[in-house]
Design a protein around this ligand. Sequence first.
Ligand code: A3P
Length: 311
Amino acid sequence: MASFKEIISTLPRRKNLGHNDIFLYQGFWCDTFFIEGVMRAQQNFRSQPSDIVICSAPKTGTTWLKSLTFAIVTRSTFDDSTNPLLNNLSHDCVPFLEVDLAQSSTNRDPKNPLLATHVPYSSLPRSIIDSSCKIVYICRDPKDSFVSNYLFLLRILASEDMKPIALEAAFELYCEGVSSYGPYWDHVLGFWKASLDRPDKILFLKYEELIENTVVYVKKLADFIGYPFSSEEIKNGSVDKIVSMCSFENLSNLEVNKSGKHREGTPRAVENKTFFRKGKVGDWENYLTPEMAARLDSIMLQKLNGSGLTL
Ligand code: A3P
């Protein structure tokens, strides 16, 4: 049987943002490291009914959603002064399917039902789709997500002394659908359609709505994943405490997120602070021309046409 590397070497490939090649696997673009992880996870991962799977395309609010969900699930064990999120990046509290759980589903903390992935809905390991586990999906205005991703890579490449391609060239690729785990519109549509078919299984969130009304969505999230807040907790300010603990201001100012490293000692090490930039809606205005914005808006309108979803 061909090895994963041999299969990957036969896939269509493009240059990514000056970083490395990305390959088209099962209709989405991804670099070798992650595709191999996805292939392994598809083969090995077995989901439990109690699992809560946080799904997203990169740079759409994953770090924040992981923090909120982790804080909700662990609130009876820790409070807002003892929570592990105060000393650990949320990515270190929630295992990543295609990296941490790709070899086996057994190396998990039995007390932690959370896992996360960027894999599109149609390529999720079968057991996640078939089991009664819950999926929470977050998406974001692609203009902000594109800018966030470009600036994230810029910071990573700078730390490796590598030169990225220009923003305009990266934008061109993005509009062609060539982006990590993209095309972005296919990623969003896959989860959107599945959430309409199976509203009890998939909660579909938007970053902008979460920013606008965090308390309401945190309660909705807690209800959906089976950890509802009691009226006593609501009276005691438990929701507000989680919202403040997980706010951009609080998390980005924690020592661990200012000076710590994620996956330290591996080739995929990233400084924790790169996961926190501005956390604002509409920052794309500082990077994209009105023409670029109109072009991406029109692509999205066309791709999402008839789906009932607007972004
Ligand atoms: P910006 O680059 O626009 O600031 P992801 O977590 O999926 O990698 O997405 C990263 C984006 O989420 C970044 O956006 C980052 O600043 C923002 N972010 C990180 N933590 C956040 C938080 N607690 N609240 C709101 N946004 C947050």
